[in-house]
Design a protein around this ligand. Structure first.
Ligand SMILES: Nc1ncnc2c1ncn2[C@@H]1O[C@H](COP(=O)(O)OP(=O)(O)OP(=O)(O)O)[C@@H](O)[C@H]1O
Ligand SMILES: [Mg+2]
Length: 368
């Protein structure tokens, strides 16, 4: 079986331990400290919080805000998840506390609950208030603290502009719930939690998740290959150099290398083969991303992909035919917000997806 996985939440042997981060999150939630966990996309936030919650032994549930269509849908999810933490016999009592009654279905075999409110718009505030209050009522009754994890929390603004205010208004009185907010659009998460004008200003402690350190990731890669009797010691450095230790891209590259591996000892050539394979497989996506860019965006990206890291310098704008440094600067800011480019303080600017960068370079090479 392929010892590498990418895409979804990973756990168990597919997850490097991230021990310090788990310890930190567990100790904060046990102390009732709300947390805001931020990182660029696919650094492993959801996986980490999952592991931390398991390690904490606390009762918890997750709401993935990306999947929520609107406020009524949010209420459905919320009530369903909250009820799943209570004993089956108690569900009726909790339902009585709701002013608007949902339609409830229970799978007798698994006790799985589905909740659906059908409500008129004028009742939405009451509905949300009741739903957000329900976990606190349950926590008090079962005499246990509950952790609620909001994944992709920045989506709150898409769901409804008034939702932040409604949520904060209720959450601030909760004594038995710890809230964990996960976000991957850093600028939006900062706006929500660090702008004084916004309701969630200073609501939780910020934790930034970083990439997995070189040494730890290197051990992980070697161990996973060796579980399938493959020796990757000779190439692990080059793998991590290509992916810059990015958790998702590293697993993606290793996954492909494993598929292509024929020998028991891996040598460098296989990295290029795997990259080639990935760029070919994803040609349709990569070309769609490319075609969605404006001309100036393309010029900036070509420059950076070719190893020029200062897009606002005179040299850069002259070489790539960009109107002015400020045009280049605003394109860069936009592409960082979109996640196409990545820039960490003190580090060089880069194309976020190393495979897309290779695809661009590959397609622009001279062909004879
Ligand atoms: N601790 C880890 N050890 C090994 N691989 C990891 C780890 N964390 C994440 N990954 C890799 O990164 C991928 C994405 O992880 P996850 O979905 O948890 O990240 P995320 O930050 O929540 O992403 P998104 O921004 O898309 O929500 C996983 O499928 C896995 O391949
Ligand atoms: Mg996630």
């Amino acid at each position: 079986m392929n010892p590498f996985r990418f895409g979804n939440v990973v756990t168990g042997e597919y997850f490097t331990n991230r021990e310090n981060e788990i310890k930190e999150i567990v100790s904060e939630v046990k102390a009732g400290q709300h947390i805001v966990l931020m990182s660029p996309r696919r650094y492993g936030k959801s996986s980490l919080v999952n592991e931390a919650m398991k390690a904490s032994g606390m009762k918890w549930f997750r709401i993935n805000m990306e999947l929520i269509a609107d406020e009524v849908d949010l209420a459905n999810y919320y009530v369903r998840n909250a009820l799943s933490l209570s004993k089956f016999e108690k569900i009726k009592n909790y339902l009585k506390s709701l002013k608007i009654q949902p339609y409830i279905q229970i799978q007798p075999k698994t006790n799985e609950i589905s909740v659906s409110f059908s409500t008129e718009r004028r009742n939405i505030s009451t509905l949300l208030l009741d739903s957000f209050q329900l976990p606190e009522t349950i926590a008090k009754n079962i005499k246990k603290e509950i952790v609620i994890v909001f994944d992709e929390f920045q989506e709150i603004r898409r769901i409804s502009p008034m939702l932040e205010r409604k949520m904060r208004g209720i959450f601030q009185y909760h004594q038995n719930i710890t809230y964990v907010f996960i976000g991957s659009q850093e600028s939006m998460i900062r706006e929500i939690f660090q702008n004084k004008k916004n309701p969630f200003y200073k609501f939780g402690r910020h934790i930034s998740l970083h990439k997995i350190p070189d040494a730890e990731f290197s051990d992980f890669v070697i161990k996973r290959f060796s579980s399938q009797k493959i020796d990757a010691r000779e190439i692990v450095k080059d793998i991590l150099k290509f992916t810059d230790c990015h958790p998702y891209y590293t697993q993606q590259l290793c996954h492909e290398i494993y598929i292509l591996s024929e020998k028991k000892t891996l040598t460098k050539g296989i990295i290029n083969k795997a990259v080639d394979q990935i760029t070919t497989e994803h040609h349709a996506d990569y070309s769609r991303w490319w075609n969605s860019l404006t001309n100036t965006e393309r010029k900036v990206i070509i420059g950076i992909a070719s190893g020029n890291y200062n897009p606002t310098s005179q040299e850069f704008i002259r070489k790539y035919g960009i109107k002015s440094a400020s045009t280049s600067g605003s394109v860069v800011s936009k592409l960082i917000v979109l996640g196409t480019l990545a820039k960490k303080s003190g580090e060089k600017i880069r194309i976020e997806d190393p495979f897309w960068k290779e695809w661009i370079l590959k397609n622009r090479r001279c062909e004879n």
